[in-house]
Design a protein around this ligand. Structure first.
Ligand SMILES: *Cc1c(COP(=O)(O)O)cnc(C)c1O
Length: 395
């Protein structure tokens, strides 16, 4: 039987079927290859595998059939040439840095990136002589001005966390390429179901599979998607040596997560839109941050760049921290946790959790007020989610 060429299929079909190379056992579901190493037929074959003359598995730190299936599937979804899986989203970002940077290099990063990404750049890459400049995500001029002759890459997340601002990926890819830099996009909030940064000119896509790719809050994992050349020359050699590999069990969990990614994202987006519109009607709420709303500063850009607006909504309460905490504590169903991208709705107060380590001035500069609340809208009934929030909004 001919194997289909999955490139010719739609994302929803690829997410369910691509990546599985059925074994001689004729299994219908992808197996977990729980093996650390692989056996060679002869001393010559062993030698040829090690030199790369003969393709095949050697050791699960760098290749494993279950992990390969996840990589193949996610590469297709992002329409990239090659994907490498990692132990976590942070391990993926670290691998990109270790693979691409050397002492004396410079990076330009959005100020509004995941907290640990900032710490990785500021506290660790800095130790090895890499300088980082932070700029405003949506101000293209600032990006252009921050680039130096030694800048290697630009790094951003769009939509951003927790204010859900949108960067123009195409414009920033042009800015990067004019100056011989790479553009790296962390695509955690949208996933390839809503946005494909490589098609908009980005060079590398980062994932924390921990969020929507799993979708059920079960495992920690990450991935890098890029051209064959970038992966083979810069990222794979570091994975093989640095060792932050994804476990086969986690890859198996993520594979099943991907199978429902498309319909889950549609449902997350639909509920988030309904919640955003409802929150706009609440007297206690002074502003709602959701790119699906007409009032959002980058609504038009989001319509162009994304196929829907995502599952995360944040909003400001006029009553500041006291009212935000009161609202959070008045919920009975929502999970009070900083995680996102789960079928379970989560609620968090960024100023005292994810962004609590910033100085008050830095928080204000980033627009993260004391009354800001972020909800990752899950797949419970939307009326139950509203009802869970109502008492805290009315008190
Ligand atoms: C969670 C997250 C990360 C880090 O991923 P881990 O899997 O937790 O290491 C990176 N970027 C974004 C946008 C995230 O939400």
């Amino acid at each position: 039987m001919n194997r289909p060429n999955w490139k010719d299929y739609s994302l929803q079909t690829q997410a369910i079927r691509a990546g599985h190379n059925r074994t001689a056992e004729d299994e219908h579901s992808i197996p977990i290859f729980a093996t650390s190493s692989y056996v060679f037929g002869s001393a010559r074959e062993a030698a040829e595998r090690f030199t790369g003359k003969q393709p095949g598995n050697i050791y699960s730190r760098f290749t494993n059939p279950t992990v390969n299936a996840f990589q193949e599937r996610l590469a297709l979804l992002e329409q990239g040439e090659r994907c490498l899986a990692f132990a976590s989203g942070m391990a993926a970002i670290m691998a990109v840095g270790m693979g691409l940077l050397k002492a004396g290099d410079h990076v330009v990063s959005s100020r509004s990136v995941f907290g640990n990404t900032v710490l990785l750049f500021q506290n660790y890459f800095a130790k090895f002589g890499v300088e980082v400049s932070f700029v405003d995500l949506v101000d293209v001029r600032q990006w252009r001005q921050a680039i130096r002759p030694n800048t290697r890459f630009l790094f951003l997340e769009t939509p951003s966390n927790p204010l859900i601002e949108i960067a123009d990926i195409q414009a920033l890819a042009d800015v990067a390429h004019e100056r011989d830099c790479l553009l790296i996009v962390d695509n955690v909030f949208c996933t390839p179901a809503l946005q494909k940064p490589l098609n908009l000119g980005a060079d590398i896509v980062i994932h924390s599979a921990t969020k929507y790719l799993d979708g059920h809050g079960r495992c920690v994992g990450g991935a890098v998607i890029a051209s064959e050349e970038l992966i083979e020359q810069a990222i794979y050699p570091f994975l093989r040596t640095g060792g932050a590999a994804m476990s086969p069990f986690n890859a198996w969990v993520f594979l099943s997560g991907l199978e429902t990614l498309s319909i889950r994202m549609q449902a997350h987006c639909s509920s988030a839109m309904q919640l955003a519109l409802w929150l706009e009607q609440q007297p206690a709420v002074s502003e709602v941050h959701y790119p699906g709303l007409q009032s959002h500063a980058q609504h038009q850009l989001a319509m162009r760049q994304q196929s829907a607006f995502g599952g995360v909504v944040s909003f400001d309460l006029a009553g500041g921290k006291e009212q935000a905490w009161k609202l959070i504590d008045a919920t009975r169903m929502l999970s009070i946790t900083a995680n996102l991208g789960d079928v379970k709705s989560t609620i968090t107060h960024p100023a005292t959790t994810t962004h609590g380590r910033l100085t008050p001035e830095a928080r204000e500069a980033a627009g993260i007020g004391d009354g800001l609340v972020r909800i990752s809208v899950g797949l419970e009934d939307i009326e139950d989610i509203k009802n869970d929030l109502l008492p805290g909004l009315q008190s």
